[in-house]
Write a protein that binds this ligand. Sequence first.
Ligand SMILES: [Zn+2]
Length: 296
Amino acid sequence: MKHSLLSLLLSFSVSCLGTSAETNRIDGESVMRHVEKIVAYGPHPPGSEAQKKVGAYITDELKSYGLEVRTHTFHPVTPLGRLEMTNIWATAKGERESVIILASHYDSKYFEDFPFVGANDSGSSSGLLLELARIVAQENPTDYTLWFVFFDGEEAFLDWTSADSLYGSREFVKMLKLRRQLHKISTLILLDMVGEENLVLHRDINSTAWLNKIIWDKAAEMEYGDIFQRQGSTGAVDDHIPFAEEGIPVVDIIDMDYAYWHRQEDTLDKLSAKNLRIVGNVVLASLPEIVNHLRH
Ligand SMILES: [Zn+2]
């Protein structure tokens, strides 16, 4: 009798915890620790030794969550010559073969005249993507297969052009086409610059309207309308574009009003663990509704 009462109480408290955990599972401090590790490697533009080390860190972390990790190394021609770059991705299998990609780039922009570590761009989104992978590895909130993709070479070496930018995402789409896997990709959710103290996120006009709606509605429901603002919009050319060009629904969650964007001062002290947690929790909570929409 005692026993069953105890187990009843236990199951009650577990289910209560379960409910709050569903909407509050991201550990912002863990994300900060990832970013700290990444920026400690220093500037890590594509092709650099430091970037290889960041890639090894990401790979080791993903494997430690029990996920299957794949890499694809390629050698594009850049304004600095032919460089080696590597895309990294981990798979959390679902009942269905259909894939939802969650993505970030993990290179820091190359600057000749100052050291740029990119705590927000792209440490914040890389750190958050690792934390999302850790959580989904424990429990996939959907029956879709989720891929956590870390693109190399998002940044331009010189001025942004269609040839000098998005090296990793363009290569990833090309690779999927060659492997006849592109049809499996149902959606791409991209994170970029999601950690600053004064975080404000506007809907991106180059993203798919229904994805914007689900995510911004979910944020409003969770009372994060001050960050996911409904007024105004932004136009981002980012790693989602090569996927959008193939007709895949995409969304870029990006803060385009970062005061330290592409400046030496884009350092760890500009980040907020709280905001990283909020963005991660909104993404996690949106996933079941995204899947619902894809099914109908
Ligand atoms: Zn950038």
